[in-house]
Design a binder for this molecule. Structure first.
Ligand SMILES: NC(=O)c1ccc[n+]([C@@H]2O[C@H](COP(=O)([O-])OP(=O)(O)OC[C@H]3O[C@@H](n4cnc5c(N)ncnc54)[C@H](OP(=O)(O)O)[C@@H]3O)[C@@H](O)[C@H]2O)c1
Length: 257
């Protein structure tokens, strides 16, 4: 059984490659640039979901695809049209299971990128290939990026007031995806999130402590329907499946990296 991983050079894709290889699954990686640490012995196909270049070659001979490619800067071209292109090629090649990675709350949080992720889910669910869709919450590294970029503001650390998050360890999402390959196509899976739902302010407090940042946290009210949805927890899945590595634990583990 050969697995194709799209988005193999990305944060999640790299972890899916590791998780699949750790259980002895033959893997082919696809992205426009080779994944970091790629070696001659590992199978990699250069493929571009926007132009279609390399997609047919990437899909050929694979039973399963974990589709982790995405580009929030051009989601129409990559997440929507690119997913359609991939699903069409997968159907033609007789792929038996297309696993699509999505985000918790894509149908609840009115955010343009999420709208495209929802469209990608619909394309996968209507394609001529058996499928699974796994929605995950924000990866720890992504939450850290958000907080660290807010911390570039002089003097204070502004955070969106009332936002709630449920950060998850990306390697646990990858392991969940690899397990779902063994389970076979199951349609929409139970959402997957981190072990705890916490406020953005609390997350920033843990971050400050772990990263030795002394700035004062200042909650900033954010208007609009998207912010309202995030405050209402629509981007979290407290009743879903959960990883085990908490935000404070991850911050400690990555302290010197
Ligand atoms: N980040 C989060 O917190 C989070 C949370 C939940 C779900 N997700 C979902 O998880 C998936 C992976 O996210 P990520 O954070 O790992 O993304 P990422 O690090 O930005 O990686 C995106 C991947 O997509 C590839 N890609 C982009 N444009 C492409 C194109 N035109 N053709 C082919 N490949 C292309 C990139 O490779 P090249 O640039 O080398 O082509 C890269 O490997 C996405 O579907 C995302 O929506 C993310």
């Amino acid at each position: 059984m050969k697995l194709l991983v799209t988005g193999a050079s990305g944060v999640l894709g790299r972890e899916v490659l590791l998780a699949a290889r750790s259980v002895g699954m033959p893997v082919r990686a696809m992205s426009r640039r080779p994944p970091a640490g790629h070696t001659e012995g590992e199978e990699w196909v250069q493929g571009d979901l926007v132009t279609g270049q390399g997609i047919g070659e990437a899909v050929r001979g694979c039973d399963t695809i974990v589709h982790a490619a995405s580009d929030p800067r051009q989601p129409d071209r990559v997440d929507v049209q690119g997913t359609r292109r991939l699903a069409d090629e997968a159907g033609r090649a007789g792929v038996r299971h297309l696993v699509c990675v999505s985000i918790v709350g894509v149908d609840q949080v009115p955010y343009p990128y999420y709208k495209r992720k929802l469209a990608a889910e619909q394309i996968v669910s209507q394609a001529n290939v058996p499928f699974s869709i796994l929605r995950a919450t924000q990866f720890h590294s992504f939450l850290e990026q958000l907080i660290a970029s807010a911390a570039r503001v002089p003097l204070v650390l502004p955070v969106p007031a009332g936002f709630v998050v449920q950060p998850v360890e990306v390697s646990e999402v990858a392991e969940r995806l690899v397990r779902c390959i063994a389970d076979g196509p199951r349609g929409r899976l139970t959402d997957f999130g981190g072990p705890d739902v916490l406020s953005f302010t609390e997350a920033a407090r843990h971050w400050k402590k772990a990263r030795n940042v002394a700035k004062r946290i200042v909650p900033i009210p954010v208007p609009g329907s998207m912010a309202r949805a995030i405050r209402a927890g629509k981007g979290t899945a407290p009743l879903g499946d959960k990883g085990t590595i908490s935000w404070p634990e991850w911050l400690m583990q990555t302290r010197d990296k």
